[in-house]
Ligand binder design. Structure first.
Ligand SMILES: NC(=O)c1ccc[n+]([C@@H]2O[C@H](COP(=O)([O-])OP(=O)(O)OC[C@H]3O[C@@H](n4cnc5c(N)ncnc54)[C@H](OP(=O)(O)O)[C@@H]3O)[C@@H](O)[C@H]2O)c1
Length: 235
């Protein structure tokens, strides 16, 4: 199963402004992303992206011929915080949508979401007991490795990850991706608190960082650069 991570950034690596404005790339680039969506089985995003952007995550631009099937939408949402009024929930009866939660998600929310057509998957990173020795509760976050294993077993061939920064970090730090496609728009956003391409805790030394291989560069007439990378899997 191939996992592709796609994102649009400013030249200072931001994927949104401090106020959460994310219209970073051009319509031309959006069309390219919708082309990618057309070739994928699954689109995956984190819950903060849904809360901030209220995306539909369907194929709309350019290449959507009548009858094209939308990919399965997967939202990573430990506590089932997805708003009932979100476009994703409102369309879950028409487009297959899976909400991946942990066992800490309130069952009341899960019941309501199931009634709206979402499929609920519970995937804890571990048990409460095995995190206790580090003072952690390992059920705080969704286990993405388990999720990808399940999808592979199901026969899913490709997953398109569309952010945001926290999800990107979880996927990158465990080297779970195969390719990265990053559009760099000729913009400088700034802001210490503006979200970057990759969030999480980060590495303490450059030596520890995840190494990737540049495979292709596309330069567009509007100044956008599309960088294609392949992961270097060490195991
Ligand atoms: N320019 C672009 O290409 C682009 C693309 C996408 C998003 N964005 C922007 O990015 C921003 C959102 O990014 P974000 O970093 O704040 O959040 P995010 O990655 O969208 O979502 C992160 C949240 O997912 C949940 N989660 C559950 N399990 C997880 C796991 N194993 N690893 C990571 N997260 C897990 C956590 O919330 P719970 O603990 O509550 O479950 C976590 O806070 C928005 O402003 C959006 O507009 C930009």
């Amino acid at each position: 199963m191939k996992i592709i991570l796609n994102a649009a950034t400013s030249i200072d690596g931001k994927i949104a402004t401090v106020n959460g404005d994310t219209k970073i790339s051009s319509v031309l680039d959006l069309k390219r992303v919708h082309g990618l969506r057309r070739e994928t089985d699954v689109i995956l995003v984190g819950i903060s992206t849904v809360i901030n952007d209220d995306p539909l995550l369907t194929i709309r631009y350019g290449m959507n011929k009548k009858g094209t099937k939308n990919p399965i939408r997967i939202i990573i949402d430990s506590k089932a915080r997805i708003p009932m009024h979100s476009k994703i929930v409102k369309t879950a009866n028409q487009i297959e949508t899976r909400l991946v939660v942990t066992s800490k998600a309130p069952s009341k929310n899960l019941k309501k979401l199931e009634e709206r057509g979402l499929k609920i998957i519970v995937l804890d990173q571990g048990t409460k007991e095995d995190g206790e020795e580090n003072g952690e509760d390992n059920r705080e976050k969704v286990d993405l490795k388990k999720l990808f294993n399940q999808l592979e077993k199901e026969g899913i061939s490709n997953v398109l990850v569309e952010g945001g920064g926290e999800i990107n970090w979880s996927i990158i730090k465990d080297n779970l991706f195969d390719e990265m496609i990053i559009t760099i728009s000729p913009l400088i956003i700034g802001g210490k608190k503006a979200i970057s391409l990759v969030g999480g805790e980060g590495y303490k030394t450059v030596n520890e960082s995840v190494k990737i291989k540049l495979s292709r560069i596309q330069k567009k007439s509007n100044g956008e650069i599309i960088l294609h990378y392949k992961s270097i899997k060490t195991n």
